[in-house]
Each structure stands twice: as structure tokens, then as C-alpha cells.
Ligand binder design. Structure first.
Ligand SMILES: CC(C)(COP(=O)(O)OP(=O)(O)OC[C@H]1O[C@@H](n2cnc3c(N)ncnc32)[C@H](O)[C@@H]1OP(=O)(O)O)[C@@H](O)C(=O)NCCC(=O)NCCS
Length: 99
């Protein structure tokens, strides 16, 4: 049974940032996920990516785990946090629980 979706590669062209495009895209993705009867949406974001993390938390996602030194960049490794949004009413509050 399909119950979980993963969002990957959320990017808005620099010319179109800061006007709500990503928030609209996330909303459309969540609506689509609900029509597919998915229960959970997961994604990952660098702990240094404050812009993306603020977008995700204000869209209802909550972090539940950090992978240290996950993302290799030239000469640098970033930590990545996995975040989840529970779409069904029964478990929705779980995404808001403190870690
Ligand atoms: C992160 C990204 C997708 C946001 O796209 P966007 O279309 O500019 O975002 P929005 O305009 O929908 O803004 C949504 C929220 O993001 C946050 N945000 C947007 N611009 C911000 C800024 N300059 N500083 C801090 N937070 C900001 C805010 O929480 C904003 O909510 P608001 O409506 O209260 O301002 C975009 O900056 C991007 O493509 N970045 C490079 C790729 C990337 O890092 N992707 C995420 C990988 S996990």
C-alpha cells in the first residue's frame, strides 16, 4: 500500500524567488498527495539552509532526525535534517511534537 511520499529537489529559479512560488508548489504537492491518499510527506534539507527550513516548518513539516556530514560539497560536508508532514488527521499532530 502506498502511504508515504518523498519530495526531492525543491528549487525555484532565482528570478522568481521570494514571491511565494515555493509555498504554492508545496501546497499543490500536498493536495496531490492527499488525492493519492498518502499519509506522510518526507523531505530532507541541509541544516544550514535556513530559507528552505523556514519555508518547510511554516508549511507544517517538522524535523525528526539529523544525518551528520550527510551532504558532500567540495571540501565541506553538511548535516541534513529529515522532515515529515503527516497528512491524515489521526497522526497530523505527531509532526508537531518536539523531538
Ligand atoms: C528555498 C526556495 C525553494 C524558496 O523558494 P521561494 O519561491 O523563494 O519561496 P517563497 O517565496 O514561497 O517563500 C516561502 C517562505 O520561504 C521563506 N523565505 C523566502 N525568502 C526568504 C528569505 N529571503 N529569507 C528568509 N526566508 C525566506 C519564508 O518562510 C517564506 O515565507 P513568507 O511567505 O512568510 O515570507 C528557493 O529559495 C530556492 O530555490 N533555493 C535554492 C534551492 C534550495 O535550497 N532548495 C531547497 C532544498 S531542501
Amino acid at each position: 500500500m502506498r502511504h508515504k511520499g518523498v519530495l526531492w529537489g525543491v528549487v525555484v529559479h532565482p528570478l522568481y524567488r521570494n514571491v511565494g512560488v515555493a509555498r504554492e508548489l508545496l501546497g499543490a504537492a500536498f493536495t496531490h498527495a492527499r488525492t493519492m491518499r498518502l499519509m506522510q510527506i518526507h523531505l530532507r534539507a541541509s541544516t544550514e539552509n535556513h530559507r528552505a527550513r523556514r519555508l518547510y516548518t511554516s508549511s507544517g513539516l517538522a524535523g525528526y532526525g539529523v544525518e551528520r556530514l550527510s551532504h558532500p560539497f567540495p571540501c565541506l560536508y553538511f548535516d541534513e535534517e529529515t522532515m515529515v508532514l503527516y497528512l491524515d488527521g489521526e497522526h497530523a499532530d505527531a509532526s508537531l511534537l518536539p523531538l
